[in-house]
Design a protein around this ligand. Structure first.
Ligand code: PLP
Length: 422
């Protein structure tokens, strides 16, 4: 039915039909979950060889990985991180199982101690602010919120953050001290930043506050869903060209490559930033889990092995994204919503009609399908248009995903028709 052309009577009839479908689905007592972007058990199994791979040999060159020490991690893991992020190994650290903790530590360090002496600590500013491309990753926003850093929404375009807006904001407020970025297969829109966007972000260090830092979270660097994957421009090279190496912190991890809870995280920045950060890190730990770093590099010794391994993930994930996208196209069509068609990453971003995202999430919940809370991909959990819903297809098995998408699309249609009838 073309809802734009429908008469009031046709809409009433359509609402009754959709309600009946909804109650039928509700009667099935489903219990399905499309919330967090976790790898499925089948994906985790791809890395089961990690267990026992060392076979009693814990030595990496002169390092006994079982012992204390080595704040920057073992060389093999640092090299893997550098190759993954496109950075120099010298200023690349391999750390513990969570890049998110590294992000928090980096932000905390800048907040409490500053990038360049105590006077540069963000805590001394009246109202330090972080730019947040939206929709974005809720856990980034939780870090800023936890530190009391104000967040400013910046719209995402299909090229990355709206850079005209970013540059304008930086010129009009000199207490903007950073920006969150997921440059490849952004969470949740799947956007890959264009070459021009990467270059303009690398140049921001020339116009921003001296302690301005981009948080470049390359969490999905190799998480392609297509064979001909887009290539992200190298921000380290762009920063070198602009002389702004201090302005970017880069992060990645093997969380969605090997075991999500037992991966290795990576960090890169300028020599000065890294030296400064190590002072804080050294207070909190004598070193990360080097045994895990060693076994990870034995399973994935180089980028060739990495791409082969990621192809196996793709084989499991791509059919799940196909299910989501075909349900959206076949059940909904563009009268009801618009959505992204990602070439990689872990999410599909669905935009329903303004003011309906919360209603759809509630309807789905009452029908046994858990969705990420409406508003979660925005700072303070507030979607100004109440329009965005993040779909995470990786975890459920195919058949459950089919059922969950049927419920979701029915809820979107029902909520839209009911809104038109008000
Ligand atoms: N960054 C992004 C953009 C993510 O989507 C996630 C997990 O979903 C993470 C970081 C978490 O990374 P880690 O497991 O290394 O802490």
């Amino acid at each position: 039915m073309d809802i734009k052309q429908a008469s009031p009577d046709q809409l009433i009839e359509f609402e009754q039909q959709l309600s009946a479908e909804y109650y039928e689905l509700q009667a099935q007592n489903l219990s399905l979950n499309l919330t967090r972007g976790k790898p499925s058990a089948e994906q985790l199994t791809l890395s089961d060889a990690l267990d026992g791979i060392l076979n009693g040999n814990y030595q990496e060159e002169t390092t006994d990985t079982r012992n204390y020490g080595g704040l920057r991690g073992i060389m093999g893991a640092r090299q893997l991180g550098a190759d993954l992020m496109g950075t120099d190994v010298e200023n690349t650290m391999a750390a513990g199982n969570s890049s998110l903790s590294l992000m928090y530590m980096v932000q905390l360090n800048q907040y409490l101690y500053g990038c360049c002496g105590e006077a540069s600590a963000w805590k001394h500013l009246t109202a330090p602010k972080m730019l947040c491309p939206v929709p974005g990753y809720d856990r980034h926003f939780s870090i800023s919120e936890n530190l009391g850093i104000e967040m400013i929404n910046v719209p995402m375009t299909n090229q990355g953050p709206d850079m005209d807006e970013v540059e304008h904001l930086l010129q009009s407020d000199d207490e903007i001290i950073g920006m969150w970025c997921v440059p490849k297969y952004s969470n949740p829109t799947g956007t890959v930043y264009s070459d021009e966007t990467v270059d303009r972000i690398a140049a921001l260090g020339k116009i921003a506050h001296p302690s301005f830092r981009v948080m470049w979270d390359n969490a999905y660097a190799v998480h392609d869903l297509v064979a001909e994957a887009p290539i992200l421009a190298n921000i380290t090279e762009r920063c070198k060209a602009h002389g702004t190496e201090d302005s970017v912190w880069q992060f990645a991890s093997t969380s969605k490559i090997t075991f999500a809870g037992a991966g290795v995280s990576f960090l890169h920045s300028s020599a000065e930033n890294m030296g400064n950060f190590e002072q804080l890190l050294g207070v909190t730990t004598i070193g990360a889990d080097k045994v895990n770093q060693l076994r990870t590099t034995q399973l994935i010794p180089d980028m060739q092995a990495m791409y082969l391994h990621m192809q196996k993930h793709r084989k499991i994930l791509a059919p799940k994204f196909d299910i989501v996208l075909s349900h959206l196209a076949n059940d909904l069509g563009h009268d009801f919503a618009k959505w992204t068609k990602p070439q990689g990453g872990y999410f599909v971003s669905l935009d329903v009609k303004q003011g309906l995202a919360k209603t759809v999430v509630e309807l789905a919940d009452a029908c046994g399908v858990k969705l990420t809370s409406a508003g979660a991909p925005f700072p303070y959990g507030k979607d100004p248009d109440d329009t965005n819903i993040r779909i995470a297809p990786s975890f459920p098995p195919l058949q459950e995903l089919e059922q969950a998408m049927k419920v979701l699309t029915t809820c979107v249609k029902l909520a839209t028709v009911r809104q038109l009838l008000v």
